[in-house]
Design a protein around this ligand. Structure first.
Ligand SMILES: Nc1ncnc2c1ncn2[C@@H]1O[C@H](COP(=O)(O)OP(=O)(O)OP(=O)(O)O)[C@@H](O)[C@H]1O
Length: 369
């Protein structure tokens, strides 16, 4: 409710993208995108390579013009404002630090270019390095820092002029997994501390889920869904989102009846299943049902009439949990995930064992295609 009240407050909109289209010759990279990004929000554009997320970011930054539609920044249309006049700064994937300058000078440089005196620029740069915890390295050159440290310098440099909006184009993709995870938390913390609106571009769904207040999922120049990480993960609108975000099991079902917010469906072979009804999916529809692997559990006997009979093909130990691959009698192979912490009360069966796969209540979701 709080978030909805916040969203209805026009004053709080940092970036308003209205029916924005981007064409390169005959090719349409963005097809009428509309979205509002709130002040002080950590907003992520998520999608596979080529879906148009960098294009949208570059349009906000002013490096690309808008073919149709408009972009407003705090209520003002920005089309005719050159990049350096927009209260926006960008952090790129390849840090782009000046190799011959010290870390301090790298951060101070942009401030001086914007008219700050050398002394003021250096003082402010020092503060920024403190913010990203690199003060002790201020006299070093970029080549004397690790990749993660260099990316933090790039961040300090982008934050130094106190932009209203910071655009981040896959800034962590050059880092190894462990460092990336540490930087994700650091970035989120930095966003909270500075109160600057962050617009983050990534193709990594886990990264998006970890950091964002809201996520716009994009594919082929279109926005597929916009919502909080929980919304997107728990209530995907369509096949693309369900499949792209996390891992999911899909069953082809026909909808036989809808009553009291519940849909009764059957599989090709007739097995009956029920789940929550979804607006726009009516009786007679042939659609997919999506069930996350961690919302399934196995039993020797079905715990309800809906249990799906199958045989365990394999158990894969992946550290925090066990992934079981099940060949269903009716339907595709299913993935069941059992957390190690649940092993006391959830059963794991040996490969070759016949068993039933059961869904937790509310776990199944019907998808529009
Ligand atoms: N200058 C250009 N001229 C023609 N086509 C372009 C141009 N820039 C981008 N495109 C095309 O527009 C589409 C979207 O590109 P964009 O860089 O926005 O994708 P992306 O989602 O950021 O992908 P990635 O994650 O690979 O960076 C792609 O198909 C790309 O080939």
């Amino acid at each position: 409710m709080l978030r909805e009240a916040h969203l209805s407050d026009k004053e709080n909109i940092a970036i308003d993208v209205r029916d924005a289209v981007k064409r390169y010759g005959d090719f349409t990279a963005l097809k009428k995108i509309s979205l509002s990004i709130m002040d002080n929000e950590f907003f992520t554009l998520l999608g596979p390579s080529g879906c148009g997320k960098t294009t949208l970011l570059r349009m906000i930054a002013g490096f690309e013009d808008v073919t149709e539609g408009a972009i407003f920044l705090y209520g003002d249309e920005i089309e005719n404002l050159p990049p350096n006049k927009r209260p926006v700064n960008t952090v790129f994937q390849n840090y782009a630090l000046f190799p011959h300058m010290t870390i301090l000078d790298n951060v101070a440089f942009g401030l001086e270019m914007r008219g700050a005196s050398k002394a003021d620029a250096r003082t402010k740069a020092g503060e920024m390095l403190e913010l990203v915890q690199l003060s002790q390295f201020s006299a070093r050159k970029p080549s004397q820092l690790s990749g993660g440290q260099q990316q933090r310098v790039a961040l300090a440099r982008a934050l130094a002029p106190q932009p209203k909006v910071l655009l981040l184009d896959e800034p962590l993709s050059a880092l190894d997994l462990k460092l990336r995870k540490a930087m994700q938390l650091e970035l989120k913390h930095l966003q909270r501390e500075t109160g600057i609106t962050f617009i983050f571009v990534t193709h990594d769904q886990e990264e998006a889920l970890t950091m964002s207040d809201r996520i716009a999922v994009m594919s082929a120049g279109e926005m597929q869904q916009l919502g909080s990480p929980t919304d997107i993960y728990e209530r995907p609108h369509n096949m693309f989102v369900a499949d792209f975000i996390g891992e999911t099991n899909l069953l082809e079902v026909s909808v036989d009846g809808i009553a009291d917010g519940r849909a009764t469906c059957h599989l090709g072979g007739g097995h009956e299943l029920t789940c929550n009804a979804v607006d726009g999916i009516g009786v007679g529809s042939k659609v997919h049902m999506s069930i996350r692997p961690e919302r399934l559990y196995m039993s020797a006997e079905p715990t309800a009439s809906e249990g799906l009979h199958g045989r365990v093909k394999d158990n894969i130990f992946v550290g925090t949990d066990i992934t079981t691959i099940v060949q269903l009698d009716e339907g595709p192979d299913f993935v069941v995930r059992t957390s190690n912490s649940d092993r006391g009360n959830k059963r794991i069966f040996e490969p070759g064992t016949e068993m039933f796969v059961n869904m937790e209540r509310g776990a199944a979701r019907l998808l529009a295609d």
